[in-house]
Design a protein. Structure first.
Length: 109
């Protein structure tokens, strides 16, 4: 909790653009994520190694109705602030255009 009583947000929003792909093939095990507020390759350096959470709703199990697929930021993709992420389970095609949370941990500072 912050000094004024408000909770602290430990993540940055991101959007799933799709999979890493070439002209004729795509690699479903690497997803492309656009992080909000990151607009250059130099800005992506801070997020390397950070955890990424893709959250979905499902039927209740273990006392919660949410499922989380965890991933990690691997490297930059291009020069406009897009990053490549590997998830513990590959993201489904329905996730394209969806939201993820890019956690601000683990810290490399």
């Amino acid at each position: 909790m912050a000094k004024d009583g408000q909770p602290v947000r430990l993540y940055v929003n991101g959007a799933i653009l799709g999979y890493k792909r070439g002209l004729r093939t795509q690699n479903n095990s690497i997803s492309l994520i656009k992080i909000k507020g990151v607009d250059s390759k130099a800005d992506t350096d801070f997020y390397l190694g950070k955890k990424v959470a893709f959250i979905t709703k499902a039927s209740e199990k273990n006392g919660t109705k949410y499922r989380v697929n965890w991933g990690k930021v691997c490297r930059a993709h291009g020069s406009n602030g897009v990053v490549r992420c590997r998830f513990s389970r590959d993201l489904p095609p329905q996730s394209i255009g969806g939201r993820v949370r890019v956690m601000l941990y683990p810290s490399r500072v």
